[in-house]
Design a protein around this ligand. Structure first.
Ligand code: ADP
Ligand code: ADP
Length: 225
């Protein structure tokens, strides 16, 4: 099955009130395993709303969302939470690392929430991931002592902790200088090629978008071109 299928996704805010507004007007999109897609569009076009829906953080008001062929509209909240934890990884513009935690502890977070494996296995996996993103030597450092680019590398490692099928990256390089942005992008691209992990990258950066497999543009709540 495809990793992601959106079939006529609609989203209205303030449903049932006088200010009810539809902001997504029927989005169709399919992503296969190993896709690396850039999602672009002007501010206010609905990218965040769409990402929240794909990330199972918010439900659509119309249409169907399938993850690995499973219709998420049929799932209750706890099943959705479980699917979100196992199938989807998140990287945000502001990394949201926990500053009181070390890099290793931050990478362990999704596994700690899941409680599916013993502590030593979680530590080992976190160290492997930190090694993969080039931060082995930093594993015992607090996130606050790292550069912006390093912090985003930790965030990428954390997003991979549960070996997700799909990583949603919302302007992960928007806050970085050109060189660091390039490094973080290339890291995600390499992981995409090595593991077949599917990536959906929201970006305003034309250079990075051009290096994705395809570009999808959202304008006024619709897919354009
Ligand atoms: P983008 O991420 O492309 O900037 P958003 O998804 O944030 O777009 O916003 C799309 C539209 O939905 C905008 O008009 C925005 O004001 C509106 N919107 C977003 N979130 C909410 C909300 N929680 N309640 C009401 N309107 C919202
Ligand atoms: P961005 O464009 O960077 O994605 P926004 O500034 O559009 O972010 O939105 C920031 C947050 O505010 C989002 O969580 C969005 O859902 C919410 N939001 C945006 N517009 C509205 C609105 N009109 N009413 C309520 N919440 C909104």
């Amino acid at each position: 099955a495809d990793v992601l299928t959106l079939d006529g996704i609609r989203k209205s805010y303030n449903v049932g009130t006088p200010v009810e507004t539809e902001v997504l007007h029927g989005i169709d999109l399919t992503m296969q395993r190993g896709d690396f897609l850039a999602l672009m569009g002007p501010s206010g076009s609905g990218k965040s709303t769409l990402l929240n829906i794909i990330g199972l953080l918010d439900r659509p008001t119309g249409g169907r969302l399938l993850i690995n062929g499973e219709d998420t509209g049929q799932l209750g909240d706890s099943a959705l939470t479980h699917l979100r934890g196992h199938a989807i990884g998140f990287v945000f513009q502001y990394h949201y690392l926990i500053s009181a935690f070390t890099a290793r502890e931050n990478v362990m977070m999704p596994m700690l929430v899941d409680r599916g494996r013993p502590d030593t296995a979680m530590e080992q996996r976190a160290d492997e991931l930190l090694d993969r993103v080039g931060l082995s030597r930093w594993r015992n450092n607090s996130a606050t002592n790292m550069s912006g680019g390093q912090q985003q590398r930790v965030a990428v490692a954390r997003a991979l902790a549960m070996d997700p099928d799909l990583v949603l990256a919302d302007e992960p390089t928007g806050n970085l200088d050109t060189k660091s942005a390039d490094d973080v992008f290339e890291l995600m691209r390499e992981i995409n090629r090595e593991r077949g992990t599917t990536f959906l990258l929201v970006t305003h950066n034309d250079d990075l978008a051009a290096r994705c497999d395809r570009i999808v543009r959202v304008v006024d709540g619709r897919i354009a071109g």
